[in-house]
Design a protein around this ligand. Structure first.
Ligand code: SF4
Length: 241
């Protein structure tokens, strides 16, 4: 498999924030988000090595954590190999989470993953490879296969386009007929000059969605939240942690 990095840390995003986990960053992505903070593993793909499935399994087990999170890039691009790896991980009773942009559906992979973090990319991510950033049909297909507690929809909101991005999120939520107890996460994009800049983005987003006035989504969806990338406050942009 094409692997950029593997390390032990704590989950910094979404409803599992704070959970210890092994992160496996798989290389390559089918999108090109302008604010991507892992370009070395996505559209500039400067770092990766080929790792045999059994070697990757051994490394994950060696970290001695009961949770592995596959991230990227876009991990579903390697779904065939990922399914084989997941089958082996199940033998060790390791829980498996995935971070995906939600553009790829694989029925067999759906069943292998314990928690799906689906991160549809909005128009402001300025996809540059001719693909529509988010695909409602695929998002619907994925969430229709999953119980409500097995997924979250995480939307990265750009600094210069917050209001328009939130309108687009509303449209996605309506079109995908999201259940009203679905986990919906708003998170500001993370490419900031420093931690003060990043925290001001978090505050701006919370002000628009909650403080100034309760936004429709926050009122109607009982599990909608505004969250930051916690690891940025811990380690800023340090890698492999
Ligand atoms: S989908 Fe994720 S990994 Fe791919 S370019 Fe966008 S932010 Fe980067």
């Amino acid at each position: 498999m094409k692997v950029t990095e593997i390390f032990r840390s704590v989950q910094g995003e979404g409803i599992y924030t704070g959970k210890p986990a092994v992160f496996v960053r798989l290389a390559g992505c089918n999108l090109k988000c302008s604010w991507c903070d892992t370009r070395y593993s996505s559209w500039e793909l400067t770092e990766f090595e080929e790792v045999q499935i059994d070697d990757l399994l051994s490394k994950i087990i060696e970290f001695d954590v009961g949770l592995v999170i596959f991230t990227g890039g876009e991990p579903c691009l390697q779904s065939k190999e990922l399914i084989t790896l997941c089958e082996k991980l199940k033998i060790y009773k390791v829980k498996i989470h995935i971070e995906t942009n939600g553009t790829i559906f694989d029925n067999k992979l759906i069943k292998m993953i314990d928690f799906w973090s689906i991160n549809p990319k909005l128009s402001s991510s300025t996809n540059q490879c001719g693909l529509v950033p988010f695909k409602i049909k695929i998002i619907k297909k994925i969430i229709n296969k999953l119980p409500i507690d097995k997924y979250q929809l995480k939307f990265v909101i750009s600094e210069d386009n917050m209001n328009q991005d939130i309108i687009e999120v509303e449209q996605i939520i309506k079109k995908s007929k999201m259940k009203h107890n679905a986990n919906i996460i708003f998170q500001p994009e993370g490419t900031s000059t420093d931690i003060v800049h990043y925290s001001s983005k978090c505050a701006n987003l919370a002000e628009i969605l909650v403080i100034n006035q309760m936004h429709y989504i926050m009122k109607q969806f009982s599990n909608a939240r505004v969250l930051s990338q916690m690891h940025k406050f811990f380690w800023w942009n340090k890698r492999k942690i």
